[in-house]
Write a protein that binds this ligand. Sequence first.
Ligand SMILES: Cc1cc2nc3c(=O)[nH]c(=O)nc-3n(C[C@H](O)[C@H](O)[C@H](O)COP(=O)(O)OP(=O)(O)OC[C@H]3O[C@@H](n4cnc5c(N)ncnc54)[C@H](O)[C@@H]3O)c2cc1C
Length: 406
Amino acid sequence: MGANHFNVLILGGGTGGLSAAAFLMRNSRKYSVGLVEPSEWHYYQPAWTLVGGGVYSAEATRRPQKDFIPEGVTWFKEKVIKIDPHNRVVTTESGKDLTYDYLIVATGVEYVYDWTPGLKEALDTPYASSNYLFNYAPKTWELLRNFKGGKALFTVPHTPYKCGAGPMKIMFLADEVFRKNGVREKSEVVLYTPGTVYFGVPGFKETITEIANQKGIKGNFLYKLVEVKPDVRGATFEHLETGERVEEEYDFIHLVPPQAPHLFIRENNDLVEGAEQPGFLNVDRYTLQHKKFHDIYGVGDVCGVPFAKSGAAIRKHVGKVVKRILASLEGTQYDKKYDGYAGCPFIVGYGKVVMAEFLYDNVPAPSFPRWLIDTRKPSYLMWLLKTKFLPWMYWNKMLKGKMIDA
Ligand SMILES: Cc1cc2nc3c(=O)[nH]c(=O)nc-3n(C[C@H](O)[C@H](O)[C@H](O)COP(=O)(O)OP(=O)(O)OC[C@H]3O[C@@H](n4cnc5c(N)ncnc54)[C@H](O)[C@@H]3O)c2cc1C
């Protein structure tokens, strides 16, 4: 085989791709491994919520990608533009054809601004921001701390999106900032979401609803954001069942762009047709193996199955995917299944986090016995976990292939 053939080829060097590469190299050095990733930087996205809340610096959320590419892995610093699953060929932007025995697709999602007209333009006005972008998260904090009162709108996209609680976390922090600055009385804090509740996991659903009610937040459910009109500071929402349209005006709006896999995936019918989440990679829920092409696996946000799109979920499935591939290469068996576990440190205020852990279909799965620590109650310990332990663990363990479940 030529220099452009790999036993395992990994597409994307974000949370999923890098931890796959690192875990693989820790478990075996017998195989050739290639990684295609165009970015100079690696981002720890979960801390962007804290940047928007003014308790974390944006710079601390990124590190040079080159420092995390495991030794022995061949890095192609460019974009993938095509996957041909029939011939096992991946084409890169510069025209290289890379071939593979096994392919791990971990290119995450992209933001599809066109699906919400006006959203992108609004981000560049002094009234809108998004924690979902490295360049804008610091702006969220600037706008929140300088908010003088009025209507603050928080929106949730109508597509699957990363960190299900993300849009609500910043809403709870905003409420506290407004109170501290004495402007909460003359403000409305309003959420529009396509969901039916703030958060669906039993036990946490009740806690979060109660906190939102206590804070006087107005939740509007089953609404899709259809347009932002930055010139008049307006937003149009549509009720998903009745089709009724609501026009809102805002003095601040937090936006989360619609999300989907990159075009080279979502327009490749072979890869996406039949997926539980349309346009996402058609993989099996429990093995993350592609349903049609058994030499292809998905890791992370690109997967078209309904685990919570999060680093926490990746930590629980990436090791299983790698072990399954290694077993296939070695002609042995690996049968452990991924149960959809994800953990969500749900920030409900400064120093207050409830730790929601759950499996597929929102089945609660607490790591700690309730008598020891009831993670449904806001806790400072979980705040420390979110703000200190998890970032440390990410950079020092997970991206080095350690503390990964398999
Ligand atoms: C505001 C916010 C808050 C969050 N909070 C949490 C949290 O509290 N807890 C938690 O667990 N998770 C959280 N997440 C989610 C978590 O960050 C993501 O789920 C995780 O990073 C997904 O990993 P991934 O590898 O699938 O994608 P990513 O980490 O996004 O990586 C995808 C990689 O693919 C690369 N790529 C893109 N296009 C191409 C191409 N054409 N060719 C090759 N490479 C390409 C990109 O450069 C990128 O490096 C949060 C995310 C955000 C934005």
